[in-house]
Ligand binder design. Structure first.
Ligand code: GCO
Ligand code: MN
Ligand code: MN
Length: 388
């Protein structure tokens, strides 16, 4: 029987804003009392997390004096030292303050754009001081409700200029930091720029320092867009760009629900964990989610424990799937290759092209062959349901 206790090597992390979420929504007020960052670090240690992430203002209020900042950071460091938690990732809040109502790096007002750069440089300093190695950018307000308001070409240029400036800043300061860009199709803006992980991957290639910039895909965000998250993450892995990941869950077609990992789409959560584990993903497993609004802090701990436990159960299921003889026999059959076609694959040559054009194929036989995917999927379902 496997032990599903989280350990440091699993690299499970939570943001201060996740377990610290107080349940406010557009229709109702907070339902849980506030906890300080120090209290949240202790809560995370109690449930067995490895690391804690934060936005600048989750830790230091936006209007704190330098003396207050220093005291808060000192207390936070003491809590980290006491509990053994680390800070693998930090990020900037560029969405809450009314100054950012029209965006940060893409706002039409140049003073807002300059303030956003200043705020981000200070937040990068804070993250680096606490040991963060990944810096996330989520531009929740970088978008429009009406395209009359902003020129989309100009917005792309502004986003690029901001990322280039901040890459140079991190290099100038000699921080050991990589950037991870997080896409979301909408919410809070009507439409957000670079709306999917695929858009972000293409955008990164246009930057001055593409090597230090990757992605932070989030389950809920790709599902909001109706996309297959596993495929998006595979593309990021293939590009060597999966620097971070936001795990949660979400019913298709809904607003951003931020449910506990695996709470809704069990099968896609399984194939995601299998993808990450089979391919040796070495980064944080960050849960960007929060407890139901119905919960008190005991429920919040249940939520956090549940995210990690489900991940570990799915990891065990993935190992079982890889070891299951019947499943593997079907896979072997599906991928059978007698080598007779190998001469046509790989690098192009005009000779290859000519021989391939002369080859004859039994098209009806190709189409008539049953592939046994029904059996394969049912075996997967039974394995997940615990009867295999
Ligand atoms: C959201 C986003 C955020 C970001 C966070 C880190 O939908 O609100 O997922 O939670 O991940 O701001 O940059
Ligand atoms: Mn989100
Ligand atoms: Mn997120």
């Amino acid at each position: 029987m496997t032990n599903y206790t989280p350990k440091p090597e699993h690299k499970f992390t939570f943001g201060l804003w996740t377990v610290g979420n107080r349940g406010r929504d557009p229709f109702g007020d907070v339902v849980r009392p506030g906890k300080t960052p120090v209290e949240l670090v202790h809560l995370l240690a109690e449930v067995g997390a490895w690391g804690v992430n934060f936005h600048d203002n989750d830790l230091v209020p936006i209007d704190a004096t330098p003396a207050e900042r220093d005291r808060i950071v000192r207390d936070f460091k003491a809590a980290l030292a006491e509990t053994g938690l680390c800070v693998p990732m930090a990020t900037t809040n560029l969405f809450f303050d009314p100054a950012f109502k029209d965006g940060a790096f893409t706002a039409n007002d140049p003073r807002v754009r300059a303030y956003a750069l200043q705020k981000t440089m200070n937040a990068i300093d804070l993250g680096a001081e606490l040991g963060a190695k990944v810096y996330v950018f989520w531009g929740g307000r970088e978008g429009t409700e009406t395209d009359a308001a902003k020129n989309p070409m100009e917005s792309i240029k502004r986003s690029r200029e901001a990322m280039n400036f901040l890459c140079e800043y991190a290099l100038d300061k000699k921080y050991d930091l990589k950037f991870a860009l997080e896409a979301k199709p909408n919410e809070p803006r009507g439409d957000i720029y670079n709306s999917t992980t695929g858009h972000m991957l293409a955008f990164i290639q246009t930057l001055d320092h593409p090597e230090m910039v990757g992605v932070n895909p989030e389950v809920a965000h790709e599902h909001m867009a109706g996309l297959n998250f596993v495929h998006g993450v595979a593309q990021a892995l293939d590009a060597g760009k999966l620097f971070h990941i936001d795990l949660n869950d979400q019913a298709f077609g809904r607003y951003d629900q931020d449910f506990r990992f695996g709470a809704v789409n069990m099968k896609s959560a399984f194939f995601l964990v299998k993808l990450l584990e089979d391919n040796g993903y070495g980064g944080s497993r960050h849960f960007d989610a929060h407890a139901y609004r119905t919960e008190d802090y005991e429920g919040v701990k249940e939520f956090a424990r549940g995210c990690m436990r489900t991940y570990l159960i799915l990891k065990e299921k993935a190992a079982r799937w890889n070891a299951d003889q019947e499943i593997q026999a079907i896979l072997a059959e599906i991928n059978a290759d007698d080598g007779s076609m190998s001469r046509y694959f790989g690098k192009y040559s005009s000779e290859k092209a000519t021989t391939l054009k002369d080859e004859s194929f039994d098209r009806p036989a190709l189409g008539a062959r049953g592939l046994n995917y029904e059996r394969l999927d049912q075996l997967t379902v039974e394995l997940l349901l615990g009867v295999r």
